[in-house]
Design a protein around this ligand. Structure first.
Ligand SMILES: [Zn+2]
Length: 99
């Protein structure tokens, strides 16, 4: 099991698999490189049902089979309204997986 902290990653949300190095991109719609195993949302009464925040994403790399926990979403909240969120596409993908 590996953990990737998005706050430590620059760029547009792509990051290499911690084990095999394949680039995991939120733009990848094919599930060839990775699949989403689990989406954990923050349970917080301050958020409306439609405005829940992503806490953690668990994916599986299809190349090496590693389970990767993606964290660091919460720290992005502070500037969420001020500039484009580089990880917005991950949110979107997670939303589609959930519904
Ligand atoms: Zn991998």
């Amino acid at each position: 099991m590996y953990v990737v902290d998005l706050t430590k990653i620059d760029g547009d949300g792509d990051f290499p698999c911690p084990r095999c190095g394949v680039i995991i991109s939120p733009e990848d719609e094919t599930e060839t490189i990775y699949i989403i195993l689990e989406v954990k949302m923050i349970e917080d009464e301050r958020f409306q049902e439609s405005d829940q925040q992503l806490e953690e994403l668990v994916i599986k790399c299809n190349y090496c089979g590693s389970t990767v926990h993606i964290t660091g979403f919460t720290s992005l909240l502070e500037y969420h309204d001020e500039k484009p969120d580089p990880h917005a596409r991950i949110y979107e993908k997670a939303e589609r997986t959930r519904s």
